[in-house]
Design a protein around this ligand. Structure first.
Ligand code: FNR
Length: 393
């Protein structure tokens, strides 16, 4: 526990918000806002967090809970606790260790990591960093031919489940990114970056690490036949041309031998469509408030989707998890487990691999303490009786 550098230990870092502030001090504004921000008014981003605040606990006191069983089975894999590290596109921009650090930290904590299609590290290296389950997230960048090649590679490397993100028919309108020149940064357009340069002068450590890492990398896991790895410049346009539809699930089931999960389900109707399309699970997700602004908080729509799923498929959720107590609330409302995105990515930005392990340890310690305070000895026993819904839900 005490192997973290002093800067990551208490009293400097006590919770995820402390890691967020460290991230803000280390990253240029463009990169911090890319990680921290959401789409348009950021209403859905705020609502995700607010929904957790609105839900109160109903503890069972005077109950001795010397041991807590935090284990859960997801997609056939036994996880030490019910939080999975979500796919975060271009983690290598946040920290050179990026996806490799996240995969290693997840495995060290006994949980799974989901690798984004938009990765700066080779999937084989990400797989090799973990001794636990590693899953692959798919965008259809570059079309079916490129995807088939990536999926064959991923399966061969040992990725055992596929998360197909269905909420990104086009990239969301992230206003902070436009103001900060993220487009120019991603395009490697140094002349275009000049007007945005001051934010980089004040973050020399990040800039040095970025250049020592070789600057911007093309996407090593999206290889366009006859052309080679896709460049970041092409990603936005490729996303808009790569809408995944339910018809694609039939093809995906032919080319992917493992379970397929639809990530980005926000209604009971879409949960039923996912079942009809042969999915093994869904992630109730609004992409952390980064895609369609104005959609509900994921915690609010979770019960509708659990009901529609009717026990036929696994229901995961993400969006707004910043404390272990949030994980418990999501499970009380019917999720089997959650994905955490920014919570670990702030740790990555703050300090690379040790930062991710610190974030995960904070969530896990919170989770265990909160279970004991609730008087609940195992994750499997959590249900709605442990929470009080606000009157207007
Ligand atoms: C994401 N997310 C995401 N999802 C996905 O399917 N593929 C991706 O490449 C990315 N990229 C990405 C980048 C960044 C910087 C963020 C913050 C998020 C969404 C992610 O997997 C997850 O759904 C949300 O992050 C969950 O919300 P919280 O935990 O960040 O509040």
């Amino acid at each position: 526990m005490n192997s973290w550098p002093r800067s990551l230990r208490a009293p400097h870092v006590v919770n995820i918000e402390d890691l967020r502030q460290m991230a803000q001090r280390r990253l240029p504004r463009a990169v911090f806002d890319y990680l921290d921000g959401g789409a348009e008014t950021e209403r859905s981003l705020r609502e995700n967090n607010r929904a957790f605040e609105a839900l109160a606990f109903r503890p069972r006191s005077a109950v001795a809970v010397p041991q807590c069983d935090l284990r859960v089975k997801v997609l056939g894999a036994e996880l030490a606790f019910p939080a999975i590290l979500a796919p975060i596109g271009y983690s290598r921009l946040i920290h050179p260790q990026g996806e490799v650090a996240a995969s290693r930290a997840a495995s060290g904590a006994g949980t799974a990591y989901i690798l984004s299609t938009i990765s700066g590290h080779k999937m084989e290296d990400v797989r090799a960093a973990s001794t636990g389950p590693v899953w692959y997230q798919l965008y259809l960048l570059g079309g079916r031919a490129a995807a088939e090649e990536s999926l064959a590679r991923a399966w061969k490397a040992g990725f055992t489940a596929l998360f197909v993100t269905i909420d990104t028919g086009v990239a969301g309108m992230r206003e902070r990114d436009i103001r900060n020149g993220v487009g120019q940064l991603m395009a490697g357009n140094w002349l275009g970056i000049i007007p945005y340069a001051p934010q980089f002068f004040t973050r020399p450590e990040w800039v040095a690490a970025y250049f020592m890492d070789g600057g911007l990398h093309a996407l090593p896991n999206v290889v366009i036949p006859g052309k080679g790895p896709m460049t970041l410049l092409d990603v936005a346009a490729a996303l808009a041309e790569s809408v995944v539809t339910w018809q694609d699930f039939r093809w995906l089931r032919e080319v992917w031998p493992g379970p397929i999960v639809a990530k980005g389900v926000m209604t009971g109707e879409d949960a039923r469509r996912a079942i009809d399309a042969g999915a093994a699970g869904v992630v109730v997700s609004n992409h952390g408030g980064r895609q369609l602004d104005g959609v509900s908080a994921t915690l609010r729509v979770l019960p509708e989707i659990v009901k529609a799923a009717n026990g036929q498929i696994e229901v995961l959720m993400d969006g707004g998890i910043r404390r272990g107590g949030d994980i418990i609330k999501a499970i009380c409302m019917g999720a089997r487990a959650v994905l955490v995105g920014r919570a670990y990515a702030y740790g990555m930005a703050a300090a690379g691999y040790p930062g991710v392990t610190r974030a995960v340890a904070i969530l896990r310690a919170d989770l265990e303490r909160t279970m004991k305070l609730l008087g609940c000895a195992s994750i499997g026993e959590l249900d709605e009786s442990y929470v009080q819904l606000p009157r207007d839900w």
